[in-house]
Design a protein around this ligand. Sequence first.
Ligand code: ZN
Length: 364
Amino acid sequence: MKGNHRPGCNPDANRFGLDYRAEARRLGPPAVPIIDAHAHIQGDRAAEVWKEAASLYGICEVWSMTPLSQVAEVRQVLGDMVRFIAIHNWHNPDRAYAWRDGFLEDISVFHRQHGARIVKLWAAPRLRELMDPVADADVVNLDGAWRRRVADLAASLGMAIMTHVADPDTWFATRYSDASRFLTKSEHYLPLERMLDDYPVTWIAAHMGGWPENLPALSGLLERHPNLHLDASATKWMVREISRHPRQEVLDFMERWRGRVFFGSDIVTTNDHLRADDKLPSYAGHLAAGHEEAFELYASRYWALRTLWETAYVGESPIADPDLAMLDPARFAPTDAPELAGKALPRDLLATVYAGAARAASIW
Ligand SMILES: [Zn+2]
């Protein structure tokens, strides 16, 4: 495929110039309409663009971490297609409040007014840069005192908990190499395991529990904690690391944990993507400039994930993965991409991963 196509209008999301509308028709409908259990839909116009891409690739429902201030406009565009996950207010400059009392208040509004049934406890290592690991230990540690107050409220409202623990191995080897600040990767799982025991509600650990590189470690977690589920979101990360495992290992893992792994994309949409101006200040704004670039950005994620799970495609991913250059700048450029090795899961297993598992969890 490489070299036979011109780059798309969004080269980072479409290195080969695929026509993502034609590709969706070529893939055909998925085994069952797909539930995307992990996305961040923001912005009314961006939600429209996402809706076109999602509908083309057979997504029927999305569980979205939308800022409370944008929930109404996203609901307006997506209607019954969207379910909301309660998140803390990232935009409040008073972080101490937003992560503590403010979060409790926001969860109540999310739950009462918008039908939210999941609370997100974000605990990525990067939180150790955003807050003081000592002074803010009650929030920085997933089992800290304020995390428990949030979990208490979630449990009292009958809500599930989604969490983000750890990050790619590539990040621990580079930006998180200072273990005195960021801890080792394994250390991030100790508070998670305590919380899984202390709060016997439904849990979803995002991004294959943060450890798609290590399926045996995930099996250990799933074995020890029957209330734990994983979502397979974060497209570049999943494409890179799931591709590396032999097909049989992935198949055995997904069969063994049938019903415990949900499909997800981690697509982030924002109206900033629609501005035809590539000099936006925000990180997200750099990913797309204009309607077609945004469409390719969103569609590329569903193309790559469906190609990974349901086909036997072997070739470079159409999505640039800067982690390759971060780890090995002598070998890779930030626009390079890893091999995408499709796992061709059987159709009945795909049906479980795409929707059955998420439905069976009876969260909504
Ligand atoms: Zn996410």
